[in-house]
Design a protein around this ligand. Structure first.
Ligand code: RIB
Length: 294
């Protein structure tokens, strides 16, 4: 089984602010940090740090930022042989991080949103039945990527984040595993409570495995009508960026590696607790050995 993560690579510009800025307001930031991020890159790093060899596919600009993002993937042992360099800017974000560790993100797609049909075909020519593809919603033509993976017989994992109109046209009936947070769960289903959100998924995608993260209320997993719950591991939160990506990578690595759902949920909760206690995105993700030493 080969694992392909076809997703975004971003430079995250993180500004420490007192509060998330109001319309018309100007506010001085006390600190700026630059991190490697992007839901795709973060999830590839998390998968590999959790012990699952992963190929990353996606695009960076042909500049120093692009080289930096590739270097971060390589340093963490992600296979970058399929990453494409294109003319133009890398994807980037402007992240406000307030004194309560809440964030607010502006996303610029850049190279992530210039994926061509030829590149997509080339990437998928290396994969087939029994392989797994991991997807988020920060690259263009996600609908066609899902269709191609399905045509190839791959297991499809989707984290439909950010939840926006770029998801229109995606056939979620082809997805095997969903990773959703509580905000997206409410947006997708139009429901508020965990039970109602899970009921919505049961009704619409009865064969899918659904992992729902619920912030301070923990997480849960729905499989074959059975719900498994996991509490959070309490820590002092510094920065929640990439916490969901860490959860996804560690859950998937454990689950695909044969662990039970309760074991996978627990490992993911422990890993994301460490990630929120540190600043940054990919760099905040722990290794498996850090978890073993806890
Ligand atoms: O999930 C966190 C990521 O979302 C950040 O690293 C940022 O790049 C945004 O894409």
């Amino acid at each position: 089984m080969k694992v392909l993560n076809f997703g975004s690579l971003n430079v995250d510009y993180v500004y420490q602010v007192d509060h998330i800025i109001m319309p018309g307001e100007t506010q001085s930031s006390s600190q700026r940090n630059v991190f490697a991020g992007g839901k795709g890159l973060n999830q590839s790093v998390a998968l590999v740090k959790a012990g699952l060899p992963t190929y990353h596919a996606g695009q960076v600009g042909n500049d120093a930022d692009g080289e930096m993002l590739l270097q971060v993937l390589r340093e963490h042992g992600v296979d970058t042989s399929l990453v494409n360099k294109v003319d133009g800017l890398c994807g980037h974000t402007i992240i406000q991080l307030d004194k309560y560790a809440q964030n607010s993100i502006i996303l610029f797609g850049g190279a992530n949103r210039c994926i061509s049909e030829a590149y997509r075909e080339e990437v998928f020519s290396h994969f087939g039945k029994d392989d797994v593809v991991v997807l988020q919603n920060e690259v263009n033509d996600l609908d066609k990527i899902i269709d191609k993976a399905y045509e190839k017989g791959m297991k499809i994992v989707l984290n439909p984040s950010p939840f926006d109109s770029y998801l229109d046209g995606c056939d979620w009936g082809k997805v095997d595993i969903f990773f959703i947070n509580e905000v997206e769960g409410a947006q997708i289903s139009g429901k508020e409570s965990k039970e109602e959100i899970l009921d919505w998924f049961k009704a619409h995608y009865p064969d899918a495995l659904v992992v729902l993260t619920l912030g301070s209320a923990g997480s849960c997993c729905l499989k074959n009508n059975k719900v498994y719950d996991q509490d959070i591991i309490p820590v002092e939160t510094v920065d929640t960026t990439a916490a969901g990506d860490t959860f996804t990578g560690f859950f998937l690595s454990a689950y695909l590696g044969g662990k039970t759902i309760p074991e996978a949920l627990k490992l993911a909760a422990r890993a994301s607790a460490i990630a929120v206690s540190r600043s940054g995105a990919a760099n905040s993700i722990p290794t498996l050995s850090e978890l073993k030493n806890e």
